[in-house]
Design a protein around this ligand. Structure first.
Ligand SMILES: O=P(O)(O)OC[C@H]1O[C@H](OP(=O)(O)OP(=O)(O)O)[C@H](O)[C@@H]1O
Ligand SMILES: [Mg+2]
Length: 201
């Protein structure tokens, strides 16, 4: 495809009818991610020649946090390694079931490692509080959490978050990795889902 064809490509607007309002723009997310990355690096300074086992280990909870992790890791001014876990508590619902299930576990041992859990959203807090108890039992050297979004009013299980991108209102949001029933993850910004869209097929 030549350059003019790229420039003429239509804007992604197929989700517009389902989004009530823009909660965070791409630019706001990018700027805050850079700030968070520098804050994290200050607490985990790179020591030239440090062994690989001392690199910060980002433990990402898929799938929602995939976009945030990709951007955060590339903004970090220190080396980091990536590990992925899949847990599920929502499925095709806008309320947490409270029952957390490991769908895919980590590929390696985290004992003695500096672990940073990367989450997209802390809503009821049920997923994260369960996950932190679960990971702490594996005896990492340190265990911190970076969440892009926090919904303070909704936290049923309060968890201490070391780094928070944004406090957002208690509405169901989609985009930038966050879904409703697997849709909207590819939306580049964060929007409030129109409840009417939940009823549509
Ligand atoms: O604080 P809570 O109320 O527990 O909710 C937060 C969790 O719910 C969502 O995951 P989901 O189960 O939808 O899986 P997904 O990331 O694959 O969308 C989200 O990505 C968080 O992991
Ligand atoms: Mg989800």
């Amino acid at each position: 495809m030549n350059e003019s064809a790229v420039a003429a490509a239509p804007q992604a607007n197929w989700y517009d009818a389902d989004v009530l309002s823009v909660v965070l723009t791409e630019e706001q997310i990018a700027a805050r991610t850079t700030q968070l990355a520098h804050q994290i690096a200050q607490n985990h300074p790179y020591r030239p020649g440090q062994p690989r086992s001392e690199d910060l280990l980002l433990v990402t909870v898929l799938k929602g946090a995939v976009m945030f992790t990709a951007d955060l890791a590339r903004s970090l001014p220190i080396p980091s390694q990536l590990e992925f876990m899949v847990v599920s508590s929502y499925g095709a619902a806008t309320k947490s079931s409270g029952v957390v299930r490991i769908v895919k576990d980590l590929d390696r041992d985290i004992r003695g490692r500096d672990v940073l859990v990367v989450e997209d959203v802390v809503d009821s807090g049920l997923t994260l509080s369960w996950l932190l108890r679960h990971l702490a039992a594996r005896e990492p050297k340190s265990l911190e959490v970076c969440a892009l979004l926090r919904k303070p009013e909704a936290q049923e299980a309060p968890v201490a978050l070391d780094y928070v991108g944004f406090d957002i209102p208690n509405v169901f949001v989609v985009g930038y990795g966050l879904d409703f029933d697997e849709r909207y993850r590819d939306l580049p910004y964060l929007g409030e889902l129109d409840p009417a869209a939940v009823e549509r097929p």
